[in-house]
Design a protein around this ligand. Structure first.
Ligand SMILES: C[S@@+](CC[C@H](N)C(=O)[O-])C[C@H]1O[C@@H](n2cnc3c(N)ncnc32)[C@H](O)[C@@H]1O
Ligand code: SF4
Length: 372
């Protein structure tokens, strides 16, 4: 019998400081709260124990997992391995902030099986970093990437933000150029979103900082895509670029519909077409008996998700999968598909609809045309 593949996501809601733009479920807490949280997280991982899945990827995200004692992370991985079947080739990723990485921690991560690091670099321009409340400098970020490499990490992602106040194309290109020089295997380039209730949004509203014009950001993005392409980084998803095929298994899994189990504050799971939600209130989580809110996806919702997520990737959406969900897109959207194909917006290959890479800028419009 072949086992279904699945992935595990672990949320660590702790940071050493709160960046001005971020509204993720994360904050600054004392050691006692951290200890209680990890005890609860371990309870939750054990509570859901199952040997029904082959776990192909584990992703420890946050917040900032590197900000806590490495022994906490070690314990989490150990408990997962004791309670689930983890594939011997599983990707085990962890998010890190340059400020909290040290040689000692990195060697420990390596020893416990973490084989992919995702480092929040955001920018390699000191003024940009300051304006968004990052505590590290360009120098520190570069040093920590080099340190991670010297500790044996070959698979390193760096997050980069586009549209940081004061950013221009020269600053952005310099950031990406430095990362290319450092030969990181993966770059995630996100458009900065001005989230509600963040200090950055308040500063913008009070005219303390100026946003970068949206049209300019689109131009920056197009240029960066070309720059990365010239240097061997393939855009395999709207915001993600990989060298030597080092795509992030976990993110690909989300986009392509693999089941996943999420543990920790504000996490959610997707198993057998059903979504399970954890609370995003820390007090509630610490007292939780893991009685998750549930939502069974309707066929319509499944179809919409497949289209919206699949089209974000270079793998596209499978016509067969949609048919199995009751949506014969080749019949229902015959004219739209013909129009999109003949105008070079999409390719239909191997029974898959794939958005052409130079058309990701109009992805939303393409999706709207193809939704049932
Ligand atoms: C959990 S953090 C990464 C690790 C670590 N906490 C750090 O920041 O160094 C995930 C990533 O989400 C992105 N992000 C957070 N807030 C964002 C926003 N408002 N707009 C766009 N990207 C954002 C950042 O690039 C950040 O690195
Ligand atoms: S961007 Fe990362 S370090 Fe900054 S507040 Fe958000 S999770 Fe924490």
């Amino acid at each position: 019998m072949t086992m279904t593949n699945a992935m595990i996501y672990i949320h660590i809601p702790f940071c050493d400081s709160k960046c001005f733009y971020c509204n993720f479920a994360s904050g600054i807490y004392d050691d006692n709260t951290k200890k209680k949280y990890f005890d609860k997280l371990i309870d939750e991982i054990k509570f859901n124990a199952t040997k029904d899945f082959n776990i192909t990827s584990i992703y420890i995200g946050g917040g900032t997992p590197s900000s806590v004692d490495a022994d906490f992370i070690s314990r989490i991985i150990q408990v997962i391995k004791e309670n689930y079947i983890v594939d011997k080739n599983a990707e085990i990723s962890m998010e890190a902030n340059p400020c909290s990485l040290s040689k000692e921690k990195l060697l420990k991560y390596k020893q416990i099986g973490i084989n992919r690091l995702s480092i929040g670099v955001q920018s390699l321009d000191d003024n940009c970093l300051k304006l968004i409340g990052r505590r590290h400098t360009k120098k520190e970020a570069i040093e920590k990437i080099k340190l991670a490499k010297s500790c044996g990490f070959e698979n390193i992602n760096c997050d980069v933000l586009i549209g940081i106040p004061s950013q221009n194309y020269r600053k952005l290109k310099n950031t990406v150029k430095n990362l290319v020089r450092l030969k990181v295997s993966h770059i995630s380039a996100y458009m900065l979103i001005n989230e509600p209730n963040t200090l950055l949004t308040k500063k913008i509203e009070n005219n303390e900082v100026k946003t970068v014009n949206e049209d300019k950001c689109v131009v920056f993005y197009d240029k960066i895509v070309k720059f990365l392409h010239r240097h061997g980084y393939e855009r395999y998803e709207v915001s993600n670029f990989a060298k030597d095929n080092k795509m992030c298994k976990q993110n690909l899994g989300y986009w392509l519909g693999t089941d996943y189990l999420g543990f920790g504050l504000a996490s959610h799971s997707y198993v057998n077409g059903e979504r399970y939600f954890n609370t995003s209130n820390l007090k509630e989580y610490l007292n939780s008996d893991f009685n998750y809110k549930k939502h069974k996806l309707s066929n319509q919702e499944k179809i919409e998700e497949r289209i919206m997520l699949g089209l974000r990737t270079k793998f596209g959406v499978s016509i067969e999968t949609l048919k199995n969900l009751g949506y014969d897109i080749t019949k229902s959207k015959k004219n739209e598909l013909y129009m999109l194909k003949s105008n070079n917006f999409i390719t239909i290959n191997d029974n898959k609809i794939i958005v052409n890479k130079n058309k990701f800028g109009v992805l939303n419009q393409i999706i709207l045309k193809l939704l049932p």
